[in-house]
Design a protein around this ligand. Sequence first.
Ligand SMILES: [Zn+2]
Length: 431
Amino acid sequence: MPPPFPSRAEIEADQLEQLRALVTELFPANAFYTRKLEDCGVTFDVASLADFSRRFPFTTKAELVADQAAHPPFGSNLTYPLAAYTRFHQTSGTTGAPLRWLDTPESWAWLRELWTRVFTAAGVTAADRVCFAFSFGPFLGFWMAFESAQQLGCLCLPTGGMSSAARLRLLLDNGVTTLCCTPTYALRLGEVAREEGLDLGRSRVRRILVAGEPGGSLPAVRARIESLWPDARVRDHHGMTEVGPVTYECPAQPGVLHVMESGHYAEVIAPATGQPVSPGETGELVLTPLGRVASPVLRYRTGDLVRPAAVRAACVCGTHELALAGGILGRTDDMVIVRGVNVHPAAVEEILRAAGGVAEYQVTVTTRGPLAELALAIEPAADAGDATALARKIGGALETALGLRIPVHTVAAGSLPRFELKARRWHRAGK
Ligand SMILES: [Zn+2]
């Protein structure tokens, strides 16, 4: 009987084989990569994974956006004739123009297989009833999650276009066991349940699969969600439109994400130099999805900051796949430097959730030349008590953790925006 978990050597041999097949398929069929690689003088052969990392250039989102602007509407990063494509999705456009992404039935099936691994690692089986608290727009993750659960044999409950209260009633009335949403929205649903007098103690939800924001691997965010949802465990994972599903949460270590290396060749680099970081150091995740031949990316700069585990030995869960301690730590493009201190939004989120008493918050970044300052507006939770004392407590927690005095003021309940998709809590002013 074969061992249940492939060794590092087996993983890498399989990656090299898939990578060679992918690169061969792109030349000359894929106009974007044929042009890009010829411009850099790179030949379409791959001697080893190290050779690929050494010779092949990175791909950036800016390049893909420019390509779509030059070749509207879908760009030239298509390996097959347009008629072969059946799926259209686009990115949320949080950081600029939305990127359109097409898939063929074959590339879509490849993505769905990877997503199924996310569910399996979280213990989801055909016996589960899975509720999708999404709007079902053109964002890839919704459809991917829904179709993968269906393929696993789960009963799948869509809730697009429903209010939060209606979604809660649907999941209580129909015995939902698994909820898929963003970490922010899991908190929001807990808040609405309290407002509506709905008892989550009678919910059968045993796991909440979260993605879309770094919060899913932050201990304080997880603890807050699990306190609102009795008997449910938070399971994090992540992916993005350009590369598909990437990680699943280690079944043995909460907050540790494993990269699905059966589908991705992963590198972690220093954003400034492009050179690999040492294990245990923070760097940017660079991915090459190995089976999405129809709309590929080679060495894609994801912008996600991660810390690869120090030793690439087998994890306690058994896998040899790359482990990312603390999940996605932040984004290369969202860090703010305040008086010499690097402030990541995920760190602020963790501090606020650990302090407790905050229903929602908003951060304003004011920049004057090279100097940035932060100010925080917080909306106290219903059970938070004295608002002035809460603001003082949050200010103290920020100062202790970051060594910065950041002004904190409270605003009325319900006055800050709520989010179903990626939360946008950071705003820039004074530019
Ligand atoms: Zn593990």
